[in-house]
Design a protein around this ligand. Structure first.
Ligand SMILES: Cc1cc2nc3c(=O)[nH]c(=O)nc-3n(C[C@H](O)[C@H](O)[C@H](O)COP(=O)(O)O)c2cc1C
Length: 345
């Protein structure tokens, strides 16, 4: 049996395989109310029927002003919990574990009148100049993360992932390129980590499920000012100490820079491996892991513990069945006997 299709247990969380659907915003909330629509049932349901072990529901806003666009999902209001619960129930019924990525878009909140950020520095020349967030607004964001996590827990999610990557609010705090504050939330690495520390600690105190954090381990900056890998390893160790269960390693998004490395399969995996070297908790890797052989090799060689699949699942819902065939994994079980008949001998 391949490792990709072997079960894994992380604390209380048992996954039937090591394939995680990466969080991907769908911008399908046309009514702009943050509430789950029939699209989300079909979109995520199809991946659950296709056997994805854990579905990470897309970046879901903790505040209306913290949405990337008005079409994002949200959990900032009790009115959003009911449909969200139905979605989680339906994905459980179809056999997947379910996570949600809680997010605040910070200076990348495109539709906010005045986005919030650690410092009043725009992302690029096309984006709004954000307002430097006050300590009171930080308190409000902390309590909004807790309230959204409570709603997610009430909805029955197995995993909450805090979005601390890709240049959204928490990621902006972590990077010295976007955080020029002179208070307790800026300057040293420990100060830049403070907001993430507080949010993790707040949610850990209320949420009994599996708590994950997504980080960007490079800003692709050439000025020599970005966090170093050693800085990220320190943050990973602090996160482990603060009680999270999995670190999900991505890159980029803080600055408007393209990656300075060839975009080949697994291009972000060395960053995950660098994190794995210093923490005892599992590490997930993401980024062009379309080749089942590559995904299996990464797991076999312990470069990472979980494989996240993004765009390939948008092109090929049935990626897992194809991957099992390529890996000659005859233990792969299609959703039911009727689907089994689709697996030609
Ligand atoms: C349409 C789309 C939406 C995305 N939305 C999110 C998101 O909500 N949160 C996040 O952390 N990453 C998001 N990403 C990044 C993916 O999670 C993933 O890290 C990236 O696509 C690389 O993996 P892949 O090569 O398997 O697609 C998005 C990517 C795509 C293509």
């Amino acid at each position: 049996m391949s490792l990709l299709f072997s079960p894994i247990t992380i604390g209380q969380l048992s996954l039937k395989n090591r394939v995680v659907m990466a969080p991907m915003c769908m911008y399908e909330v046309k009514k702009e109310d943050g509430i789950v629509t029939p699209f989300h049932f079909a979109h995520y349901g199809a991946r659950a029927i296709a056997n994805v072990g854990l579905i990470m529901i897309e970046a879901t806003a903790v505040q209306p002003e913290g949405r990337i666009t008005k079409h994002d999902l949200g959990l900032w209001d009790d009115k959003q919990t009911e449909k969200f619960t139905h979605l989680v129930d339906s994905l459980h019924y179809l056999g997947s574990k379910v996570g949600v990525q809680l997010a605040h878009a910070g200076r990348k909140a495109e539709d906010a009148l005045q986005p919030l950020a650690p410092s009043a520095i725009a992302f690029n020349s096309n984006s709004k100049i954000p307002k430097a967030i006050t300590q009171d607004e930080i308190k409000q964001i902390r309590s909004d993360f807790i309230a959204s996590a409570r709603r997610a827990q009430q909805a029955g999610v197995d995993v909450i992932e805090i979005h601390a990557a890709h240049g959204y609010l928490i990621s902006e705090f972590l990077s010295p390129l976007s955080n020029h504050r002179s208070d307790d939330y800026g300057g040293s690495l420990a100060n830049r980590y403070r907001l993430l520390h507080e949010i993790v600690t707040d949610i850990r105190a209320h949420f009994s499920g599996s708590l994950w954090v997504r980080l960007s381990l490079s800003d692709y900056d050439k000025s020599g000012q970005q966090n170093t890998i050693a800085d990220w390893q320190q943050i990973g160790q602090w996160l482990e100490r603060d009680g999270i269960d999995v670190i999900d390693v991505s890159t980029g998004g803080v600055m408007d820079y393209a990656p300075d490395l060839p975009l080949h399969g697994g291009y972000q995996t060395p960053f995950a491996t660098a994190m794995k070297q210093v923490v005892g908790i599992p590490v997930a890797t993401v980024g062009l892991l379309d080749s089942p052989d590559l995904a299996e090799y990464i797991l076999q060689t312990k470069q990472a513990d979980l494989i996240m699949e993004g765009r390939v699942l948008l092109r090929n819902t049935n990626w897992l069945a194809d991957a099992a065939q390529k890996l000659h994994d005859h233990n792969f079980k299609p959703f039911n006997d009727s689907y089994q008949r689709g697996q030609l001998k």
